[in-house]
Design a protein around this ligand. Structure first.
Ligand code: BGC
Length: 252
């Protein structure tokens, strides 16, 4: 198990569909070092409009490396997909865009990867050896795959095919809300989803994040899996903390 002791401070920013949130992060504790700033995501959420908001938030945070989450595949700083964001992001060099807008060194990472890394360092998967899959249930389904605490980026397990459908269109929290599903109805879909992941990856642990994970007692007990499944611990701040940690490591 690799032990990492990331020290010092960095700034984390989480770009989401409805809000863009940021704060300085205390990396020894894995916690926000000051109150989070939140600004509504501009609509349409084009690259330039979002970059301006990120710059506004970063401008109110102390010096230091900046880590930013984005809800798409991010290959070496470049967005490659846009399942739930403006299609203009595809092939945008998000790191270069945000470096230009903020005047700071910026590391960009997939949102679920950032959250998963934070859970592995400070949260529900802390000190867990072996294969861990962190899923975030929100507008879409995000995933992070970790082996002994090391991240394999951009797994996109929300898009596996389950029962003939792109999994997130049926099992994301947005599907539960849109279709007004009961917890039992939604849990049936989650059961099919996590069974499929189990068959493919044989993980040692599932961690479930996303806003709905604070209501985990409504649906996690309904699942029957061979893999232990637990709620995320860092909740809303996992993305900010994970992105800041990655930025600090890159700067070190
Ligand atoms: C995207 C992922 C993202 C997830 C959660 C999915 O639709 O493809 O990149 O991590 O939503 O935001």
């Amino acid at each position: 198990m690799a032990h990492r002791h990331t020290q010092g401070r960095a700034v984390g920013v989480d770009i989401g569909g409805s809000g863009i949130k940021g704060a300085p992060v205390d990396l020894a504790a894995g916690e926000l070092a000051a109150d989070r700033i939140r600004i509504e995501t501009p609509q349409p959420a084009t690259p330039d409009a979002v970059a301006a908001v990120v710059a506004q938030i970063v401008g109110q945070c102390p010096e230091g490396p900046v880590g930013v989450t984005f809800p798409a595949v991010i290959q070496h700083g470049v967005a490659r997909t846009a399942a739930n964001v403006d299609k203009a992001w595809i092939d945008t060099d998000v790191e270069a865009l945000l470096r230009g807008a903020t005047g700071r060194a910026v590391t960009v990472v997939n949102d679920a990867d950032a959250a998963g890394l934070a859970e592995a360092r400070w949260g529900a998967a802390r000190d867990v050896d072996g294969v861990v899959i962190v899923t975030t249930l929100g507008t879409g389904i995000g995933s992070a795959l970790l082996l002994d605490g090391d991240l394999v980026p951009n797994t996109e397990l929300g898009h596996i095919e389950v029962d003939g459908h792109d999994a997130e269109t049926r099992a994301a929290d947005s599907a539960r809300e849109r279709e007004d599903l009961s917890w039992e109805q939604w849990a049936k879909r989650l059961q099919r989803y996590y069974e499929a992941l189990e068959r493919l990856f044989w993980p040692d642990l599932f961690v479930v994040g996303g806003g709905v994970s604070k209501k985990h007692e409504k649906f996690l007990p309904l699942l029957e899996l061979r893999t232990p499944i637990v709620p995320a611990l860092l909740r809303n701040n996992a993305g900010i903390v994970g992105a800041a940690a990655l930025a600090a490591e890159r700067a070190a």
